[in-house]
Design a protein around this ligand. Structure first.
Ligand code: BYC
Length: 320
């Protein structure tokens, strides 16, 4: 059988298996495009978790109480853990951690646009928990059912932790919103600055999303970018109302016929500028990441030397 014909058969079998909710494991045959899109998405997701530690980490030393400091340290550590599960899931597809690090540090790989905005005050650190982790859960609950087993399984644990993160963020916002007039003003100011970046986290509109169609057929994506954005909008408007805060969108309205909130126009030029590296903090985020990578060289070298020593000792014991 010629190879192209065999590939076509295998591709048809693979597509039918996935359409029937079959789970794909790392050693299974998979189309190159499936492998490639997963490496792209999972590694970008991992990079987002790691870069996402910076805006909140920035407030660990300035948290307003010991309790808030402990919660924030635990949350930022959780994000590091998410990054590690995700890098491991991507490695099962044949890409190495070094390759993924190189892609991030050279600017070839993307990470979520949201982490390129500054956390100017404590309310910004808190609002990330409410709005950013809220968006993350909305996006990631469906990813628990992703057709690629290791990604879906990693997402189950990640979502449990994100749910805690979102609640602590909401609780922190509640304290600010129900606090002194100055605290309430800080909460509203943070919402004014983070609202549009948060709602754009779901990616470009469906009409401008090149990966959506194929990734939906492959059951990597279960809902489109706009569908998830709508779910999020409906959820967050209610939460903002409960907090007594105003979503900074003068065109926001409730559509009685559909039962959904309708957003005003989004500035997609601004989104693409940030994705392409020209947001307020892109350069600073990458500079810090590069420094952390360089500072961690001795740890990586020590880990390799230790593993080599252990392997040598094991071999000597086996030979004896
Ligand atoms: N930012 O065809 P599309 C967290 C890119 S971390 C930057 O719709 P797809 C947390 C997209 O990559 C949360 N780029 O793509 C951590 C593509 O470019 P390439 C991170 C974006 O993949 C710490 C192009 O635009 N979550 O929660 O079908 C503290 C066209 O887009 C963005 C994930 O990564 C963006 N916002 O759908 C707190 C979730 N949006 O690759 C919290 C996993 C789009 O062709 N990822 N692009 O060069 C996904 O679910 C999907 O990849 C997306 C995009 C929905 C993001």
């Amino acid at each position: 059988m010629d190879v192209h014909h065999e590939d076509k058969d295998m591709r048809a079998r693979f597509d039918a298996y996935v359409a029937d909710e079959g789970k794909v494991e790392p050693k299974d045959w998979m189309p190159d495009g499936y492998r490639k899109t997963l490496v792209r998405q999972i590694s970008q997701h991992a990079h987002s978790e790691i870069i996402g530690m910076q805006p909140e980490g920035n407030w660990i030393s300035r948290a307003p109480s010991l309790r808030r400091k402990m919660i924030l340290i635990a949350k930022v550590q959780d994000e590091a853990g998410h990054g590690l599960y995700l890098y491991s899931a991507a490695e099962t597809l044949g890409v190495t951690r070094d390759e993924m690090d190189e892609a991030l540090l050279s600017g070839k790989a993307k990470y979520s646009s949201i982490f390129n905005y500054p956390t100017l005050n404590w309310a910004d650190a808190v609002i990330i928990g409410w709005l950013v982790d809220g968006a993350a859960i909305t996006n990631q609950i469906p990813l628990c059912r992703c057709s690629f087993g290791p990604y879906g399984r990693a997402m189950v644990r990640v979502c449990k932790e994100e749910a805690f993160h979102q609640r602590q963020g909401y609780e922190g916002m509640m304290v600010l919103a129900k606090g002194t007039p100055e605290q309430k003003a800080m909460a509203q100011d943070a919402l004014n600055r983070w609202w549009w970046p948060a709602i754009k986290m779901f990616g470009p509109p469906d009409s401008d999303s090149p990966h959506s169609d194929q990734n939906t057929l492959w059951k990597i994506k279960r809902f489109s970018n706009d569908e998830l954005r709508q779910k999020y909008l409906d959820m967050v408007v209610k939460q903002a109302n409960a907090l007594g805060l105003t979503i900074p969108d003068p065109d926001l309205k409730f559509d009685e016929d559909t039962g959904h909130w309708v957003s005003g126009p989004m500035d997609w030029d601004e989104f693409w500028a940030v994705v392409k590296g020209n947001g307020p903090c892109n350069r600073q985020r990458m500079k810090h990441r590069q420094k952390a990578h360089d500072d961690g060289l001795w740890v990586r070298e020590a880990a390799v030397a230790f593993a080599e020593k252990q392997a040598k000792r094991n071999n000597q014991q086996k030979a004896a």
